[in-house]
Design a protein around this ligand. Structure first.
Ligand SMILES: Cc1cc2nc3c(=O)[nH]c(=O)nc-3n(C[C@H](O)[C@H](O)[C@H](O)COP(=O)(O)OP(=O)(O)OC[C@H]3O[C@@H](n4cnc5c(N)ncnc54)[C@H](O)[C@@H]3O)c2cc1C
Length: 172
């Protein structure tokens, strides 16, 4: 977190403006820590929900529904009076002017000024230089990835031992 301790406009008594990019674990916990701080906080994310990634496997295998692991960020932070949630994709940072550029879903671009900036935009899948492995170990980091996961229906394996009497036969 880099920033100034006072408002930016010369002589104006504005509250310190904090912008958090990303509503994942990092961004959300940072926002919660600032719940009672005397700041104006804006959390901006390109999706409207916080995704509890560790439970993606349970969604992919049909144990949980998507809604159980992806609450709306606005709902999670609804009791924070110093906090606004913005739905937009951050496209650039101007560190000299202390502004971020973002684009809303309707393609309208806007700038958001800050005094302190917290970037918690997460990370992408990495195969450590072996992207060909992705065929066998597809990413499971977003709701989209989980949609592409194999069917949760378990394969039925019969115990028809065939002539050899040893090999189970896969039924479906
Ligand atoms: C399947 C799985 C299981 C896991 N299990 C565990 C576990 O058991 N224990 C554990 O400690 N960790 C676990 N992890 C890791 C943990 O979930 C991550 O470390 C954590 O989610 C990272 O949090 P983050 O805030 O850095 O990023 P993320 O949670 O990825 O959040 C980043 C946010 O930034 C937003 N964003 C990104 N780019 C932009 C942009 N340009 N503009 C606006 N918003 C943007 C994204 O939409 C997202 O909401 C697991 C991860 C996975 C995938």
């Amino acid at each position: 977190m880099a920033g100034r301790s006072e408002g930016t406009s010369a002589g104006a008594s504005v509250r310190h403006r904090v912008v958090i990019v990303g509503g994942g674990f990092g961004g959300l916990f940072a926002a919660r820590l600032l719940k009672r701080a005397p700041v104006d906080l804006t959390l901006i994310d390109r999706v409207n929900h916080h995704l509890f990634q560790p439970l993606l496997y349970q969604v992919a295998t049909g144990i949980l529904s998507e809604g159980q692991i992806a609450p709306p960020i606005r709902s999670v932070l609804r009791r924070q009076q110093n906090t606004q949630v913005a739905l937009a994709s951050v496209t650039g940072f101007d560190l000299d002017r202390r502004t971020i550029t973002a684009m809303r879903a309707d393609a309208v671009q806007f700038e958001l000024p800050y005094d302190s900036l917290i970037v918690a935009a997460g990370a992408g899948q990495s195969y450590f230089g072996h992207d060909e492995f992705s065929r066998w170990a597809p990413a499971t980091k977003t709701r989209k990835d989980e949609e592409g996961a194999p069917s949760p229906a378990p394969a039925r394996v019969g115990v028809d031992r065939g002539r050899s009497g040893r090999n189970p036969v896969r039924l479906s």
